[in-house]
Design a binder for this molecule. Structure first.
Ligand SMILES: [Zn+2]
Length: 537
């Protein structure tokens, strides 16, 4: 591994598949167990008191669900060292058995098909501290420059059950949620959705946040600090959208300058992807003591109020310094992660591939197509082709970090194949409309893209998502002819490529057999927008 690649892996913090053996806990965490399958999440009412001085949290979650099948045992997840104190249904205490982080509740009441029921789980403990937030997450118990507590949660991959009890699998989302967070009264909590009310009792304040849309559980967050607030209104495709910003007082002036990129982001992404998916919940940028995360409607921010990725350009072209990576990338996830959400983390490229791709569409909107092309092609230097993009299903294991920039370059290549930017934009908007607030699989996204591009993309996706091979186009120039074929490709891979012959455009239609074409010129240049390798032999 090259040094620059190690650095990249560290800063992007991607998970790597290792030879670690899969355990029963992985299956309980990562699959739709029978104790999960029979009920459909409807609502969470999460109430949690957070005491930074003790690094201690306590509270309860009321889980409302609809009965899909009659059953007697219900699985709830809560990770050690957090402890369940009691579980109740309709005011009656219930027994449960635990197997590591999975807890199986024995229900007394008959579960009638189609009915809504609630279980209340009361819990407390000192939650896992984040090792390297947001990638190795948990609670970040930090302080600001003035010694005030500055606290935040992050838990993608690890799971929301690291700090609150829930159904910790991505296939099922609640339709709405209430998050009530009690903190020492000199501090403020910022969570997802809209602030409904604040109550003060003795030395504490409770902030009641309401989320009116479906939300994935790793998107739920608490951010606690001595925040100051400013706001503005964005006139978007669905009308006025309130933008709220929460930062530490010492960063207020810097934030007012840097956050002008939030409405610029919304302009670009509403153009390419359609309306912001959570108008009712507003949009927030919230300063945190780590780099950032795509928490739904409360995108967290720690990029030091500078352009680039902590001041770096991930593309090496200069274009990466034209935007604040965390504002653009993390907010891009509102469409691909929060609106369209993977069912299984093995399909995490649906979040990261499309969102890494959104970075160049932001550039395209504000700086033009040449800038966007240079950027996305530049990011290829980060691709390692170490293992496939798709991970292991059913055990909560994501695939290679190539899901970011190989994913982005795969989509950029597809844009070339569609050869009609307006159509491509309608496809991206169509994805966000047809899979609005849904959890999806890679197969569903592949099917959608094949159908709407009018091309059978099975081999294309098999190549880029399921192997580490880059298609290699071998060619020979003989007289006024070009001979060409693909090597390092999966069965049936026959992606056309654009070439320029003495500057004029021509399409070649290679597959793994040698083909011959006549050339009207001598100089052959392959279009660099296609993610392939070429080899003259
Ligand atoms: Zn991301």
């Amino acid at each position: 591994m090259k040094k620059s690649l190690i650095l990249f892996a560290l800063i992007l913090g991607v998970w790597s598949i290792n030879a670690q053996e899969l355990t029963r806990q992985d299956t309980l965490r990562g699959s739709i167990t029978p104790e999960r399958a029979w009920w459909d999440l409807n609502h969470y009412d999460l109430n949690v008191k957070i005491e930074p001085s003790k690094k201690f949290i306590s509270g309860y979650n009321v889980v409302r669900y609809k009965v899909l099948e009659e059953a007697k045992t219900l699985q709830i997840d809560l990770q050690e060292p957090m402890k369940i104190e009691s579980i109740e249904q309709d005011g009656k205490k219930l027994k449960f058995t635990s197997e590591g982080n999975a807890h199986f509740i024995k229900l007394k009441k008959k579960q009638v098909l189609g009915e809504f029921n609630e279980v209340k789980i009361t819990y407390s403990g000192q939650p896992r501290e984040a090792v390297r937030a947001p990638w190795d997450g948990g609670f970040s118990w930090k302080q600001d420059k003035n010694g005030n507590p500055f606290v935040a949660t992050s838990c993608q991959g690890l799971g929301a059950s690291v700090w609150w009890p829930n159904k910790d699998h991505m296939y099922d989302e609640v339709d709405s949620m209430r998050i009530s967070v009690t903190v020492p009264k000199e501090l403020m909590d910022v969570s997802n959705g809209q602030l409904e009310s604040v109550e003060e009792i003795d030395e504490f304040k409770t902030y009641n946040w309401v989320v009116k849309n479906p939300i994935n559980n790793y998107g739920v967050n608490v951010n606690i600090g001595n925040y100051v607030h400013f706001d503005e209104v964005f006139e978007g495709e669905k009308g006025p959208l309130k933008l709220d910003y929460y930062v530490l007082p010492e960063n207020l002036e810097k934030a007012k300058k840097q956050f002008v990129q939030a409405p610029m982001m919304l302009q670009a992404f509403e153009h390419w992807f359609g309306p912001y998916p959570f108008y009712e919940d507003g949009f927030k940028l919230v300063e945190v003591p780590y780099l950032g995360m795509e928490h739904q409607s409360s995108v967290t921010y720690g990029n030091k109020f500078e352009n680039g990725y902590l001041g770096r350009d991930l593309s090496g072209t200069g274009w990466g310094l034209q935007f604040d990576f965390i504002i653009i990338h993390e907010a891009g996830h509102e469409w691909f992660a929060n609106n369209i959400t993977y069912k299984d983390i093995a399909d995490m490229w649906i979040h990261e591939g499309f969102t890494a791709y959104s970075e160049n569409l932001y550039l395209d909107y504000h700086f033009g197509t040449k800038a966007s092309e240079a950027y996305v092609v530049g990011t290829r230097s980060n691709i390692q082709n170490d293992s496939p993009i798709i991970g292991t299903y059913g055990v909560n294991k994501s695939g290679s970090g190539d899901m970011y920039y190989k994913g982005a370059n795969m989509l950029h290549t597809l844009r070339q194949l569609v050869e009609d930017d307006d159509k491509w934009r309608q496809i991206l908007r169509g994805l966000n409309k047809d899979f609005y607030h849904k959890t999806v699989t890679t197969k569903e996204i592949e099917g959608y893209l094949s159908k709407h591009t009018g091309k059978d993309l099975s081999a294309f996706f098999n190549q880029y998502l399921r192997t580490t091979m880059i298609p290699n186009l071998e060619y020979k120039l003989e007289g006024d002819e070009i001979k060409f074929r693909y090597t390092d490709v999966v069965q049936d891979f026959d992606m056309p490529v654009r070439v320029f012959i003495d500057g004029s455009e021509k399409w070649l239609f290679p597959n793994s057999e040698w083909k011959t074409e006549k050339l009207d010129g001598t100089q052959v240049v392959f279009d660099k927008n296609f993610y392939i390798e070429t080899k003259k032999i």
